[in-house]
Structures are given as C-alpha cells and as structure tokens.
Design a protein around this ligand. Structure first.
Ligand code: OXD
Ligand code: MN
Length: 591
C-alpha cells in the first residue's frame, strides 16, 4: 500500500509514536489506497479543491461575484445532525445519563470496527491534525481526525487550526483526541456517531454532514471536551463570544448560549442600530466557548474554533450584513440553491431567483424549498468584518455576563437576570426552545434544552449541573447570568420584538447591570428592566408590546417550574441538592 501525498509535503514534523501506531492500525482496518498527512498549506487546499472540482463534488461559483467559493451538495438523506444515531459510550450507563443515547463501549467498538473494515478501499485516508483554540494557548486541546473525505479536510482547515502547527503541538503535548470518520455508503441504516469519552475517542460513520463529520466541532469541542472539562475544572459550552465596546471606551466580554439555528451567528456579528451610536460589537466566536476559572477569580473564555459553519437561509443585509459580506469569497456552501448567474441562493441572499435547487434539480416550487433549510456556509473567521483580535489571545477574555436563550413564542420575557450564579444554573437548566432544521426530526416542537447543550453534553446532566455549581463556587467574581427571548409572539403569531441589531438594547441593559449603572425591578423570576430602563430611543415598538415582553405570568411560570421539576426527576441521585433547593426557592417566590 503506497503512502502517497496529494502534494509533496515539506519535511514531515516529528510524529508521536502513539499517533503513528494508531494511523497504522486504522490503515490496516480500513484498507485505503493511499495515506495523506495533511499540512494545512494553501497548496494542499488548492490541490484538494481541484480534485473535488474535477469529480464534480465541488462546483466553482461565479468567479467574479464569489471568487474562490464552491458549492457542495450532500446526499439528500444527509443534511443535519442525527441525534437519534449519536451515542455516548461510557462503562457505566449512568455516566452518559438519560440525556444521551448510550451503548456499552465494547458493543459500540465491535459495531464500528465491522463498519470501518475495508471502508476506505480505493480511497485516500487523510490524517488531519488539528488544534482547538489558539495554538499557543494553555486552554487549547488537540485532536487528530482520520477521514476519507476531502470535503471534510477542506472544512476542517477552515474550522480549526489544522496541519503542521497542530502536529507540532501534539508532539509536545503527547496527547490528542482520536476521531475516526468515514462517509461509508451514506446509508442511514449504517450511520452512527459514537463517543468514547473515557478513551478520548470518536468514531463517526455514514455521514458527511458538518456536525456529524467535522469531528473537531460538536463531537470534540463539546461532547468530549465537556467530559475533559469536568475532570479538569472548566466548562465546554455551546456559546457565542463577543466583545462589546461602549461609547465610553470600555470593553465587555459576553458569552451566550442558544440552541442550534436560533441566531447565535447573528448576535455574534450584530451591527448596532443608528439610534445607539458609539457602540461596537466584535466577534470572538459564534458557536462554542471553553470557559476557565482564572487566577484572578474571573471566568476566562476562548473560542476553540477558527471559522464559522453557519446557517445560510435568512442571512441577509438586514439580519447579518457582516456575515453577508464575509461569505462573498473563499467560502464553501453546502446545499444552497443556484441562480442563473451561478451564484449561491437562499431566502435573503438577493441576486436573481433560484434556477437550480439544493439537490441540483431545476427549481420547482412544488419540490419544496430551493435551498435546504439547514444549508450552510463554511468560512474563515478572519473574513468577518467584525473579527475580534482577542480570538487569538492565548489567555482568553474575562467574561462579564452569560446569557441563556431559547426560541419561545410565549412565557419567557425579553430579558431577566438571575439572582446569583446558583439561580443562574437553574435558569440555564430550564432553557427550552422550539426545534429547528439543524437536527433531523420535526421542526417547531418545544423541547427542554438545558444550557442549549441537550445534543452536546457528553455526560449526565445531573453531574453537569453539579459541575456548573462547583465552578461558580470557585469564582470570586462570577459573571452575572441572564435569560433572553427574541422570539415572543402576539396572539396573531407576529414577533413582538424586532430583533437583530435592536438586540443591542437588551445587551446595553445587561452591561448596565454588570457595571452597576442601570436599574431593575425584582420579580418572582429574577430582576427585570422596567420599560424605562431599556433604551428605546428610535425603537419602532408599541408600548403595549414592550409591556407584554416585560411581563411575568406567575401562574404560567408555576406550571413551567413544576414541569422542570418533573424533568429533573429522571436524574435521580445525580441531581445536585443545590439545584433542587434553587427550584424550591424559585417556586416559593411564585407562590
Ligand atoms: C451547529 C449546530 O451547526 O448547533 O452549530 O447544529
Ligand atoms: Mn451550534
């Protein structure tokens, strides 16, 4: 079997013996035609892109209006994360918890070994060393993904610090997360995303979709990292990270957790409305944050990723002008439609109407949406006009506020503040949201999504909340915790809040709370602004709508907390006493 790089590699960095042995083991199992160690160089990316373009697997887009950009089309049955096929395989089933699908590690290994046997015959095995986080950050962690998909390699190169530098760090660290991936035959009957946190290993078979196949992202940076974080005393969370510069010249750092496809990317790239001059929002991350208690008692965050895998539909000059501009070059689009000018098309994209749908068929309204609702763009964070240089800070940034949110048409007000960290853990554990197209299954159904981590916590939520409480206890200056809801609707189903750039008004109140200058009224669910505490200069909203957005229906909230209490029961003894007490106190305040 030949080891034949796509392009001649420069002097290969020292390969740790454990990595070399693992690659040889996988090679013997999967029987590829060749092995390629990825360096992450521009020449390598160009060669892989040309190879995929030659096979018609990447379609070059309009070279004038979208230079360097391509369209990939997935198998029609492979367009989202598959939570029902995603497993956490721990020795003790209770460690995975009722929040995860579980399989015994031995059974899972046996199943996956059979699937991977000979799976790369005739294909190239790519070895993809990557680093999650700035390459010289003590908080960064490395992994190696072995994959037979050049599309995955190209995406990993954008989403992570991939290649020789990562390999050098792995050689220094002596440890890495092992991720094995093959697209297999894309048969959903043979599709499994398995996690072995005790072995720091991932095995993913039968899907090429981002969250299932780019193993640095959800599999490593959330499921495996959350397990590592618990052992090591930090948190791996489904959160965007922003720097907010105030007109007075102060900078605040905020982390916010929302379920998939609920606007994290838009909030991370927010453009202030004209009515709030002097503010600036800069993006550190749009999806994942690793949070570490720092030596000064504050919580420090890094974004482990270096790119965005964003939802295309809805990305428009109104919703997210920064994203709209950043994806006009050197971007990989997946499952969007095309217009007659060979430009990518989705709702909000502008340009001419769609002529080819996401499956490559002539567009016909009767066939459904032109662009898949979960169609995506993959793009380097450095192309973002609002890119924050702090994204490369090895020590991360100190967090002033953590915001939880969900997509809820009723109940949850526009914003409220938890009483303290422990109450904030209760607020986070109660996050619920209407499901979206980011995961396979029905869309628009309300489900509990604690800390927006339901699909991503790599261990029992009972242990996870206990860990959250213990991290708070170690912080001398914990961030304040808030909950927001941009998605409240009136009786006719119309959104009550304009959202997008106007969300800065809510962030401004939050920062006013952090720095002590802004008022709040105490309510049974936490602290809330009175209408006058929110800056509504130039805001087009009726006083009635604002009142509704800032109201608390105590009866409905009692029902909500009672339902949360019933959800908690499934965690039995793993549920921390501190969280039970918080729930009892919250109910008492509503009595
Ligand atoms: C994502 C997701 O792609 O949450 O970020 O599904
Ligand atoms: Mn996400």
């Amino acid at each position: 079997m030949a080891t034949q790089p796509v392009i001649p590699a420069a002097a290969a960095p020292q390969v740790p013996a454990s990595l070399d042995a693992w690659v040889n083991e996988v090679r013997a199992l999967t029987a590829p035609a060749r092995v390629h160690w990825c360096t992450g160089s521009d020449a390598e990316a160009a060669a892989l892109t040309a190879e995929l373009a030659g096979k018609g697997e990447l379609l070059p887009l309009n070279a004038q209006t979208f230079p360097g950009s391509h369209l990939a089309r997935s198998a029609p049955n492979d367009v989202a994360r598959v939570e029902h096929l995603t497993f956490v395989c721990t020795q003790n089933e209770q460690d995975a918890g009722p929040n995860n699908h579980w399989m015994a590690p031995a059974a899972a290994h046996q199943k996956m070994t059979e699937l991977f046997r000979g799976a790369m015959r005739g294909r190239t095995l790519y070895v993809v060393p990557y680093c999650m986080g700035p390459i010289d950050s003590p908080y960064a962690r490395c992994g190696v993904e072995i994959t037979d998909s050049a599309y995955v390699v190209l995406n990993m190169r954008i989403m992570t610090r991939m290649g020789s530098q990562a390999l050098e760090r792995i050689a220094r660290d002596g440890t890495f997360v092992r991720g094995l991936h093959s697209t297999g035959d894309l048969n959903p009957e043979r599709r499994f995303i398995m996690h072995f946190p005790e072995e720091l290993a991932i095995m993913s078979f039968g899907s090429g979709y981002g969250g299932n196949a780019l193993l640095g992202k959800k599999c490593h940076a959330l499921r495996i990292a959350s397990w590592q974080a618990r052992k090591e005393g930090w948190l791996a969370e489904h959160m965007l990270l922003v720097a907010l510069d105030s007109p007075e010249g102060k900078t605040f750092y905020v982390a916010a957790a929302f379920p998939s496809a609920c606007g994290k990317t838009n909030l991370a790239m927010l453009i202030p409305p004209a009515a709030l001059p002097g503010w600036r929002v800069r993006t550190i991350g749009d999806d994942i944050a690793w949070l570490h208690p720092g030596p000064d008692g504050r919580l420090y965050a890094i974004n482990p990723e270096s790119g965005y895998f964003g939802v295309a539909p809805g990305t428009s000059p109104k919703s997210n002008k920064n994203a709209y501009d950043m994806i006009r070059h050197d971007t990989i689009f997946t499952n969007v439609a095309l217009n007659a000018s060979n430009e990518p098309w989705w709702d909000g994209a502008g340009g001419g109407p769609p002529v080819t749908d996401w499956q490559g068929r002539p567009y016909l309204a009767a066939n459904g949406p032109a662009a898949h609702p979960n169609s995506r763009f993959t793009v380097s964070a450095r192309q973002n006009p609002s890119y924050a240089h702090e994204a490369d800070a090895p020590a991360g940034v100190p967090i002033s506020a953590i915001i939880f949110g969900g997509r809820r048409r009723s109940l949850a007000p526009l914003v409220y503040e938890a009483r303290d960290w422990s109450h904030g853990v209760l607020v986070g554990s109660g996050v619920a949201s209407e499901t979206t197209a980011a995961a396979a299954g029905q869309v628009g159904v309300l489900r509990r999504d604690p800390m927006a981590m339901k699909p991503f916590a790599g261990y029992n939520f009972g242990d996870y909340w206990r860990h959250w409480l213990s991290v708070g206890a170690r912080l001398k200056h914990p961030p304040r915790i808030f909950h927001v809801n941009w998605f409240r609707q009136d009786a006719d189903g119309k959104f009550l809040w304009p959202g997008f750039g106007e969300n800065l008004r809510v962030l401004k109140w939050i920062l006013g709370r952090v720095s002590g200058g802004l008022g709040a009224r105490e309510t049974p669910i936490g602290f809330m602004p009175a209408a006058a505490d929110l800056d509504s200069t130039g805001l087009a909203i009726t006083p009635g709508a604002l009142e509704e957005l800032l109201s608390v229906d105590a009866t409905a909230w009692r029902g909500e907390l009672a339902s949360l209490g019933r959800d908690f029961e499934q965690y039995g003894e793993r549920l921390p006493a501190g969280l039970k007490t918080e729930l009892e106190q919250a109910l008492a305040r509503l009595a």
